[in-house]
Design a protein around this ligand. Structure first.
Ligand SMILES: [Zn+2]
Length: 273
């Protein structure tokens, strides 16, 4: 027995130092009663546990012998029936929640916003946070969630049900966004072009040739448009409609006046309609 332990131990050392290929000692399967289905190397050059790691972790009988998995002429693996859960080390109960992640990101990231002078004091903090997330393309849009591994059955825009819900679709290409921007262009009357994307909008804002107060006001209104479109979209998704499609433009105007007025800047854009 001691001799075998020594041989196996030496073998492991040689394999881990790459002196020996890992399949140099393997089991030859007879009736499968002495072969660990997952841990022994009996099929191919590595253990099935390392080759099919995800399946291995799901199996509720990890230490079964091969014979136990072979039932009625087929391989059977019993997978845990427990509901899948996202785990998160940030929350007190260890479970994932969007709120926990958001609070963490706010805590970690927000102070730096002031440093890079992207904070716009005329608009509320939550809208600044939204603007920051939008520029990072990190809003929980369906496309963004799917690229981060969240399995969704439907990636379509919840507002128009045609087109994938990506950032540029929801805020610029979607019919509702398009209509809203058209009304804003007329209202502002400052030669605002049609934006196809956030990059377009930012490039236009960066190139504005006017005094800095006006630039801040224009920027605040642009962000308000995006914020109201986002609020409208969330109302549709969560079936909690507080903004009607027909009132989006009025709400943009209302917020713009309220925010800019309350924070010491009266809106001085020409109203035309
Ligand atoms: Zn849409």
């Amino acid at each position: 027995m001691a001799l075998w332990v020594e041989i196996i131990d030496t073998n492991s050392k040689l394999i881990s130092n790459n002196y020996l290929p890992s399949n140099v000692i393997h089991k030859e399967v007879g009736d499968g009663r002495n072969v660990s289905f997952w841990h022994d190397i009996w099929c191919g050059s590595t253990s099935l546990a390392s080759r099919y790691n995800r399946l291995y972790h799901l199996d509720i009988n990890k230490f079964d012998m091969a014979a136990n998995k072979w039932i009625d002429g087929n391989w059977h693996i019993f997978i845990s029936q427990r509901e899948d859960k996202w785990k998160c080390s940030l929350s007190s109960n260890g479970l994932f929640s969007v709120k926990t992640i958001r609070e963490h990101l706010d805590r970690v990231m927000l102070p730096s916003l002031n440093v890079v002078t992207t904070w716009i004091k005329q608009i509320p903090r939550k809208v600044n946070v939204f603007w920051w997330r939008l520029r990072l393309d990190s809003l929980p849009l369906r496309w963004n969630l799917s690229t981060r591994g969240v399995e969704l059955t439907n990636l379509e825009c919840p507002v128009c049900n045609s087109g994938i819900e990506r950032q540029n679709h929801l805020f610029f290409e979607c019919e509702v966004a398009n209509d809203s921007w058209r009304l804003i262009r007329v209202w502002m009357d400052i030669g605002m072009p049609r934006f196809a994307s956030l990059v377009d909008l930012q490039a236009w804002l960066d190139g504005l040739q006017t005094n800095s107060d006006s630039i801040v006001r224009i920027k605040a209104i642009m962000i308000t448009v995006l914020w109201v479109l986002w609020s409208f979209r969330n109302g549709v998704v969560f079936n909690d409609v507080v903004i009607r499609r027909s009132s989006i433009f009025d709400i943009v105007k209302m917020y713009s006046f309220r925010w800019l007025k309350n924070r010491g800047n009266i809106v001085s854009v020409k109203v035309q309609h």
